[in-house]
Design a binder for this molecule. Structure first.
Ligand SMILES: Nc1ncnc2c1ncn2[C@@H]1O[C@H](COP(=O)(O)OP(=O)(O)OP(=O)(O)O)[C@@H](O)[C@H]1O
Length: 283
């Protein structure tokens, strides 16, 4: 059984200039222990589709789907209370900006212990022990002392490790990582990516990796969905996608990788598509 199964997801926002369709009929599934990458340029609706699944979009968003099942349960039909129990415990999400995702007013220890109190009902002693264990698991040095730090007292990479610790705190079945390394220094990016993949393998989690970076796709994914302007352009296992991309937009994304540059300047995806004289159409 698929862990997550979405069919024909549509997300529309009410805007001053009328309705705007950010996600236009996307279908996807993720199996247990599988890593699915969703790749596409900025604005292609990657984050919005996952925020819709998590129920985290503002009220201006209209969300519909023919199917939205998590472990066989209908996410869109269940009560708000039932969904809150699943989101954060069985499905966890890591965001692009670790500093902005943490609350600056509370220590990181308080914030991780809140997750353990809310979802697992642990008492104070259990929470502290588990928080230390989680900080160790994500490679935060001196975890006992670090629990009393505020986010601004930690580096971006350390804050992202805290976010990862919070996300795995309840042993989620599905982890959604939304550009988890984009806001970090290049030297830290690989460490964080390696940590995520190690935890994914150890815990046997299903994972959705949202990225605009084909290099991240190659390093992490089993299967890939290429998204453009809210629509799915192509879906393939990672090897087939790199070896024989079927869609013009996928080919343009791959051709824009630094390794494939032939001149002094990197080609842009838009220029490559124009050059090929191709109109982008879903698979
Ligand atoms: N609350 C909102 N109201 C109106 N439009 C929105 C809202 N949130 C997102 N959008 C629009 O939806 C589209 C898809 O955004 P989304 O954040 O999903 O893109 P993305 O592919 O994840 O890119 P990025 O990596 O830049 O976040 C964008 O055009 C964005 O401006």
């Amino acid at each position: 059984m698929a862990l997550l199964e979405i069919e024909n997801l549509v997300v529309e926002f009410d805007t001053a200039s009328g309705p705007f369709r950010a996600v236009d009929g996307v279908s996807l599934h993720v199996d247990e222990r599988e890593v699915l990458a969703i790749v596409g340029e900025s604005g292609s609706g990657k984050s919005v589709s996952m925020l819709a699944v998590m129920g985290l979009l503002p009220w201006t968003a209209k969300v519909s789907a023919d199917k939205a099942l998590f472990a066989g349960k209908d996410l869109f039909a269940m009560s708000a209370a039932e969904r809150r129990r699943i989101v954060g415990r069985d499905i966890a999400m890591i965001f692009q900006e670790p500093m902005a995702s943490l609350n600056p007013c509370f220590t990181v220890g308080f914030q991780i212990e809140e997750v353990l109190r809310f979802h697992l009902g642990m008492d104070k002693r259990q929470r502290r022990a588990r928080a230390i264990e989680l900080f160790k698991a994500v490679g935060i040095p001196n975890p006992e002392e670090r629990l009393s730090s505020y986010p601004h007292q930690m580096s971006g990479g350390q804050c992202q490790r805290v976010m990862i610790a919070m996300a795995i705190a309840c042993n989620p079945k599905l982890l959604i990582a939304d550009e988890p390394t984009t806001a970090l220094d290049v030297t830290i990016q690989k460490q964080i990516l390696d940590l995520l993949m190690k935890l994914q393998a150890e815990h046997g989690m299903g994972m959705i990796m949202i990225t605009h970076n084909m290099g991240v796709v190659a390093e992490t994914a089993d299967r890939v969905i290429v998204q453009y302007k809210g629509r799915k352009m192509e879906e393939a296992d990672v090897l087939s996608l790199f070896e024989a991309p079927k869609n013009a937009y996928t080919r343009a994304l791959l051709a824009a990788l630094p390794d494939n540059a032939t001149g002094d300047r990197l080609p842009t995806v838009a220029a490559l598509m124009l050059e090929g004289g191709v109109a982008v159409a879903p698979q």
